[in-house]
Design a protein around this ligand. Structure first.
Ligand code: SF4
Length: 308
């Protein structure tokens, strides 16, 4: 595991054709991705962060700027920062934002934050440096489920405040939510619905819980015999097409969860002020045409049928 990330060579972005890369998250085109840090010190029980580790390692702001410059030279105009949590080291983010402005680098970007690592000033600095979207894992509206997940922040009011601060800073926000978590009941899902109304993000992304390998929840499921066997080990030995990722057997059935996900998308995106907000953000017919297929896919969301 590399500790000094700056010692790693720059990714060979020049091997890709920028014109092929676009994203619904930004209107900038073309768009690319960057990862400026690895690891996360938090310990959410569902998270596959075990792959990159708990210790947080990061590129220096100067090195990130060098990589950004390389992307700009190749013609990219948008960057999606896919660090697990971009905002863990406040000082590093501020330094990077200052450098981006000093060097007059003009590009739209998106980054992932956590509720407990941002504040209004930080998000304003990010906005001034070209950040347009910030995403947060909220996951559930039920404090009981957030505790079960070992989420670092469980206070609904604090979560709602960060979304207000993001808006005040001029950022578009996205909330990741998850259904079908261990011990989750229909009442908890109602709390998630209420949470979405309270925080009112610009965008929402709903997932159905999957017990990923090497996560605490997966270990618990195997130890308690909830899965008939160590299914991921079985998949690794025999990657069959018919494999279905393990949802939590004690949660409501998958059909209920996917129906709830569709309902959450519908209620969120069809609220009158959200329709208006997104029409304005689309900025005309071209923007609407770009967004429509994504919206249609969300509203049709279903569990993929088993192959074979
Ligand atoms: S804060 Fe995010 S990246 Fe960190 S452990 Fe939790 S889910 Fe994983």
């Amino acid at each position: 595991m590399a500790d000094d990330l700056d010692a790693l060579p720059l990714p060979a972005q020049d091997l890709l054709n920028p014109e092929l890369y676009d994203s619904v998250i930004t209107d900038a085109h073309p768009v690319t991705t960057m990862v400026t840090s690895r690891g996360c010190p938090f310990q959410c029980r569902f998270c596959s962060q075990s792959i990159t580790g708990k210790s947080y390692r990061f590129h220096s702001p100067e090195r990130v700027l060098e990589e950004i410059k390389g992307c700009m030279d190749l013609g990219y105009r948008g960057i999606l920062f896919y660090d697990e949590v971009f905002t863990i080291r406040r000082k590093r983010v501020i330094e990077l934002c200052t450098l981006i402005q000093k060097e007059r680098m003009r590009f739209d970007w998106m980054a992932r934050g956590t509720i407990n690592t941002v504040d209004g000033d930080l998000m304003r600095a990010m906005h001034d440096a070209g950040c347009r979207t910030i995403t947060f894992g909220v996951e559930s509206g039920s404090e009981r489920i957030l505790k079960r997940m070992n989420r670092p922040v469980r206070d609904t009011k604090k979560i709602a405040k960060v979304f207000r601060d993001a808006k005040a800073a001029g950022l578009t926000s996205l909330a990741y939510m998850m259904l079908g978590n261990p011990d989750e009941t229909v009442e908890d899902m109602k709390a998630t619905r209420a949470m979405l109304r309270a925080i009112n993000p610009d965008h929402v992304h709903i997932s159905v819980f999957v017990a990923y390998p090497a996560t605490e929840f997966y270990r618990e499921g195997v130890e308690r015999g909830l899965f008939s066997s160590d299914v991921w080990r079985g998949f690794a030995a025999n990657p069959a097409e018919a494999f279905r990722v393990p949802t939590w057997p004690e949660a409501p059935p998958a059909e209920t969860l996917f129906a709830e996900a569709r309902r959450l998308y519908r209620t969120h995106y069809f609220r009158p002020h959200n329709i208006w907000r997104h029409l304005r953000a689309a900025g005309g017919l071209r923007g609407i045409r770009k967004r429509l297929p994504y919206l249609q896919a969300l509203l049709r969301l279903r569990r993929a049928p088993a192959a074979g």
